[in-house]
Design a protein around this ligand. Sequence first.
Ligand code: SF4
Length: 477
Amino acid sequence: MKTGMFADIPVDVGVVYEGERIRKPKMHVELGGPKVSEKFELLRIISPEKVEDGKIVVLGSDVQRLEEGSSIPFGIYVEVAGKELEVDMEGVMERRLHDFCNYIEGFMHLNQRNSIWLRMDKKAVSKGLTLEIVGKVLQRLFKSEMPIIEKIQITFLTDPKEVEKRYQDAIQIYEKRDARVRGMTDKDVDVFYGCTLCQSFAPTHVCVISPQRYANCGAISWLDGRAAAKVDPKGPIFAIDKDDCLDVEAGEYEGANRVISEKTLGEIERVQLYTAFGYPHTSCGCFEATTFYVPEVDGMGIVHRDFTDSTPSGLSFGAIADSTAGGRQVDGFHGLSLEYMKSPKFLQVDNGWNRIVWLPLQLKDVMKEYIPKELFDKIPTEKDVQTVEELKDFLKDNNHPIVERWKEEEVITSMSQTVTPEHTQTATPPLPQTGILQEISQPSTVTPSLTKTETFTFTFKNVKISAERLIIRKKEG
Ligand code: SF4
């Protein structure tokens, strides 16, 4: 017999279920996700008299009555009240929906805000799990983890008309929250905030949240971090003293390095906030968008979650995200939030927007105000180019600033090898540390049959090579 605070819940609840994935064949229903355009989760702090503690409402059908295998527009609206609650805490408390939902056996929650993607599995539904029960679990978790919440009521929306009605309000509230931090600068503050909420999925990931580098998930700003750390300084969101600045341009701080090293048990030792190369900020899996390096043009594309087609490199968002996520630092493959793309510090070491060579049309529209005017028409979308060759031509024809870079570096990724005759040499190529190229680092044996010293240039572009031997023969003539 089950005991404890979830004894009456028909499925198990616990951190052990975080990271549980529900694949399509096992799924009863999908709530939100990439197939529907309108979905959101929103938490508001409101006056106590407007909150009926413990109330749960489902506007539309609960899961048992939803068609099996369907994907539906979805909303979660949480209203909380408490004397000590401040409006700055809304974003952080809202973000806890992610881990709290994932504690529930047979229930999966991905992403945040208007990108949420939830699935409930068939087994959980057959055991009796409903949205109403999810609501009960969430209310208990919120109250036990954040005792300053005195009252809480939750509304789930599965009726598409109800979702549509409230969707725009949610978007406006997100925008209002984000706008509060714009204008603040990293150099004006002594403290950044760290977040380890995603370590259950990406154990070597720590978000460093500064005024000018919003968290990867796009759900937690510096102000949100400050509010969360004030309420629960030992919680997953905490203050980071900046200490000495080691590199102003790259955004590297002694205090951030120290904390990251501690929180990742030494796995990550350095992070530079404003670059996608060298020591980039790690990428968990919740990022709203990610860059992908295109070696043929020495630029980066950016693709966001809602883009379901292939990028010019032939890869989808999912495939690129797999190369990026997991708490790693992969050159050129860099998870980020849309808000960071609006920051004046956006990839400033890498040349900022001048290094961006491709964007999905939808994302380009969202960023219209933030892309330098003279560059806007020079960045192609899926409507302009489909392949890397087309991308290259477009950039050339439209005189994208990256073209100047090509002139400076004719060969993008190259290695030179001087081969001395009549002996066998083991060569370990000094390849750049890009995720794709790392796999070519096995030593290869070169047995030359040449009679004089010659220099060769090898150029590798976006390849994976596995070879036991490399034989180089001089071409006659
Ligand atoms: S992406 Fe970063 S800020 Fe957002 S929940 Fe994960 S660790 Fe926290």
